[in-house]
Ligand binder design. Sequence first.
Ligand SMILES: Cc1cc2nc3c(=O)[nH]c(=O)nc-3n(C[C@H](O)[C@H](O)[C@H](O)COP(=O)(O)OP(=O)(O)OC[C@H]3O[C@@H](n4cnc5c(N)ncnc54)[C@H](O)[C@@H]3O)c2cc1C
Length: 415
Amino acid sequence: MDYDLIVVGGGPAGMLGAATAAAGGLKVALLEKNDKPGRKLFITGKGRCNVTNYGDIDDFFRNIITNPKFLYSAFKAFDNRQLMTLLASLGVPTKVERGNRVFPASDKSSDVIKALQKHLHNNHVNIKLHTEVKQILVNSNRVAGVLLKDGTPVTAPRVIIATGGMSYRQTGSTGDGYKIARLLGHTIIEPKPALVPLVTREDWVKDLQGLTLKNVSVKAVAGGKVKAEQFGEMIFTHFGVSGPIILSTSSLIKDYLHPTTSIPVQLAIDLKPALTAEQLDARLLRDFNKYSGKHLKNALDDLLPKKMIDVVLQLAGAEIHKPVNQINKKERGMLVHTLKGIVLTVTGTRPLNEAIVTSGGINVKEINPSTLESKIVKGLYFAGEIIDVDALTGGYNLQIAFSTGYLSGLSAAKT
Ligand SMILES: Cc1cc2nc3c(=O)[nH]c(=O)nc-3n(C[C@H](O)[C@H](O)[C@H](O)COP(=O)(O)OP(=O)(O)OC[C@H]3O[C@@H](n4cnc5c(N)ncnc54)[C@H](O)[C@@H]3O)c2cc1C
């Protein structure tokens, strides 16, 4: 055999898996089709890399949307604190920010990549770039190696598939692992976009393109029931809405966004979640007194971003040129109603390629959660986003990649 273990995919899961197995005594090759490892890792957290979350295990389970329990052993084997300790030992100290989000102290994702490369080198992993795997070689239900795209076989009794999901394809995550695993008899839960911007029916969003709203709340309503509620920041785009709370909402309501569902989803944006309707009405009265000589359109500058005023007044059915001292209680009531719940109709999501993560992937029922070994082919392991797991934003997805990468490498080294 050429190696004791071949790891396919040089993302966070593959890099940590390879280094861990090599530290455990295996002769390891890491095969990456790009010219460098960690291309997706480089763009994470807007280049700052939200590497994990400082929350406890319950917090992790609350923030993992799909199959959280499957990850129990992986988090037990390698958790957020261990990741932070490892990075610090490799020269990359971390810091904790709002929402327990952990970043490298330098704010540079490239430092995280360098640290992982150092870990690979320290443990003598053979890194092969520009090397695309096409197929896994199997002999009597046992892994025998891999077949490269150029037809070259590379032999090993163990393989970890860590090829990632199917979004941001330019980073190398093109869904190869799904095809490779399917050929071996694995079932793939249909890959769908998660943490993805939402497309809405209403045309007026175009007028607000680029406008960011902070400290607003968004409720997603389907079949008359509130399915998700998020508070924070969002942005209007030419197609609909995006930004942190919209991305989270998209994951929380993903079952309703699938094209086969007939239940329409509506978003209700509360522009003033800190105020009750009565408090907001009192606030409007105060502003109208202050601007009593002005038209309604020019009396809302203290309350709303300028770009939003026309849209809000139109949605409230208000007369924009009416002097504010002539606005009656009923008209104020309609304005309050709109400010507390601007409705948008969701018609779908942006394409999978624009999703932050892929929901779906290798069916967890076919993977042993304690080792991450395939229940179908001996010596085959899975790690990272290729598995049918996904989480909200906050560093949870990268921790999933690191924890599953670590456990797969550890398990491979034990067999
Ligand atoms: C814009 C953006 C921002 C993000 N920000 C964050 C964040 O701040 N925090 C967070 O927790 N998560 C974030 N994520 C999610 C996170 O990046 C992923 O969940 C994580 O990278 C998954 O790691 P992975 O190792 O499983 O797969 P990937 O990082 O996708 O790596 C897979 C690797 O496998 C290689 N590969 C694929 N097929 C083959 C093949 N056939 N042969 C050889 N190599 C192959 C690919 O080239 C790639 O390098 C972000 C994602 C995006 C798109």
